[in-house]
Write a protein that binds this ligand. Structure first.
Ligand code: UTP
Length: 287
């Protein structure tokens, strides 16, 4: 069985839920405390054993490429001022070798993944969404890759959501459960309220066999007028088994305002330089 060594990070969406800031700034670059969202995701991919990353970018996303590039002047300045730990942080983001491809129009997540098909070729690969951070002891993607190595089929990361939220996600219709892993009958994109077949929602981490590209190739527009990845997964599941894995850890949706604010507070409370001051401040605000 071929190993999962490549990952796609789609980051070409318009980020309309975050306008106006996303007019000129990629939402994937919004910082959680002091690091852009996309860097947490790149780090998760590397910690999961991924060797090659391709980021799907689009119009107005240049800042992502700049972030992962060398910044000679800044590095020189930090060196002269003997700010060695900051220098190390800055250099860390440019040490990673990242490839880029442009999605010329934001036609949907399925289309963004399809744009990277030539980079992937005929190998299994991972997808990590550019606006979902997973905080877990074993990196979220690594958990899925471990499952892939057991079953040799595509594995989709899921977590349980409350009834009132199922219409916001791709939802799985599970048939057989083996611990945290489920065999799946159907994958449904954003079911109408009250019609979801379960509470297991697709959560921004995937491992695919390359056959998914056959179905993305058809490029049919689905829910919301976009080319949906979930529709292609549903078709793939008809010719190969596709599993859902209820991964351990906290998934933070930083692509919408409330999720972003909560994640910022959570991460700041875990930062030893900020924790005490922030706690004091929050106590005052609550009073
Ligand atoms: P989202 O649907 O959360 O991102 O897609 P969006 O479209 O930017 O957000 P809103 O709804 O307008 O606020 C999940 C991920 O897929 C990428 C996004 O950049 C995000 O990281 N994406 C989405 C693409 O790369 N291309 C697309 O056409 C759509």
């Amino acid at each position: 069985m071929k190993k999962v060594k490549k990952a796609i990070i789609p980051a070409a969406g318009l980020g309309t839920r975050f306008l106006p800031v996303t007019k000129a700034m990629p939402k994937e670059m919004l910082p959680i405390v002091d690091k852009p969202t996309i860097q947490y995701i790149v780090e998760e991919a590397i910690q999961s054993g991924i060797e090659d990353i391709i980021i799907v970018t689009g119009k107005g996303k240049r800042a992502i490429e700049d972030h992962f590039d060398n910044s000679i002047e800044l590095e020189q300045n930090l060196l002269e001022k003997e700010k060695f730990s900051l220098l190390e942080e800055v250099q860390a983001s440019s040490k990673i070798d990242i490839h880029y491809i442009r999605q010329k129009e934001p036609l949907g997540l399925g289309h963004a993944v399809w744009c990277a098909r030539k980079f992937i070729g005929n190998e299994p690969f991972a997808v990590l969404l550019g606006d979902d951070i997973v905080e877990a002891e074993t990196p979220g993607l690594k958990q899925l890759i471990d499952q892939y190595e057991e079953v040799g089929s595509s594995v989709i990361g899921v977590q349980t959501v409350p009834n009132k939220e199922t219409h916001r996600y791709g939802i799985v219709d599970p048939i057989v459960q083996n611990g945290r892993r489920h065999e799946v009958k159907n994958f449904v994109e954003k079911p109408a309220p009250g019609t979801a077949p379960s509470n297991l929602a697709i959560m921004g981490r995937y491992v695919f066999t390359p056959e998914i590209f056959m179905f993305l190739e058809e490029q049919q527009v689905g829910t919301g007028g976009e080319i949906q990845l979930t529709d292609a997964i549903q078709k793939l599941n008809k010719i190969q088994r596709v599993f859902a894995y209820d991964f351990e850890g906290i998934r933070h949706d930083v692509g919408e305002k409330f999720g972003f604010i909560k994640t910022t507070i959570d991460f700041a409370l875990k930062n030893k330089e900020l924790k005490d001051e922030l706690m004091e401040y929050l106590k005052q605000v609550i009073k």
